[in-house]
Design a protein around this ligand. Sequence first.
Ligand code: MN
Length: 322
Amino acid sequence: MAPAIWQLVEGAGRLGAVTHKDADGDTLGSALALAQALEPLGKTIAVVSSPPVPAGWWFLPGIERVNRDPLPSGVPLFVFDAGDPDRAGDYADAVRRAPAVVNVDHHITNSRFGTINVVSTAAASTGELLYDLFKAWKIAIPPAAAGCLYATILSDTGGFRHDNTSERALRAAAELVALGADPVTIARGLFKSRPASTLRMQGKILESLHFECQDRLVWGAITQAELAASGATTDQADSAIDQLNTVRDQELAILFKEVGPRLTKVSIRSRDQVDAAELAAMFGGGGHRRASGIELALPLEEVQARVLAAARAKIAECAPPS
Ligand SMILES: [Mn+2]
């Protein structure tokens, strides 16, 4: 696979690197790593991300390149961390029309929409798959690209805490530090740079938490009014799910985010038995076995009722905690 992709890269002077919408550290870090690794080889790469790009990723080396140059038409595109073309948001049509698409992803729900698909759920992050490509291509990895790849692993493993924390991920992280990634700066950017409004918003979520099924189901919600009162925006709520996923003997954590009167986003985390991707798929969502998401064009209360009913049923199927 790597030689075929290299052939594609070699044959093109210009390329595009496309992130998924509601961009995260994995998709942005991968796109920026590709650009900064191939640019010294004489390639021109436009890095594009469907706006609004969350502000929290300012510490990624090269972040100022995102959406700096327009995406040229008729060039091969790399798409990172996106299960299907729609995830590219404003760039979904560009992905469908591109002459060639390299689909690099680690989601189990990936639809293999690329001309070439580098899809493996064994990778902790999409950036880990890109790192493997760089090694197969035997290209030099500049410190900025190494930093971006390290950030993809640190963020997608939740700081080496999630179930995807593997020997391979830890080895890749160590190698990337040897190549010039700065773990202190990246950890500070990822975990110690939250706006005060994020903590105020999390306070509101924690205040109104619900514990069901003998604490095996933990859920919370944040409304637009509560967001406004705390001075936070919806994307700042994304990290709150990890606070919910800290209770002993819990199986499922669910966070409902009201985006509009008829638009609700749901984040799901599971521990041992429930397949979070399967639960999300019941409502048209997707993701991983332990982490998934749903977006529904319905009011908050209605989404809560539907998803919680399915969640309670899943818990009922589980073996009791040991
Ligand atoms: Mn990812």
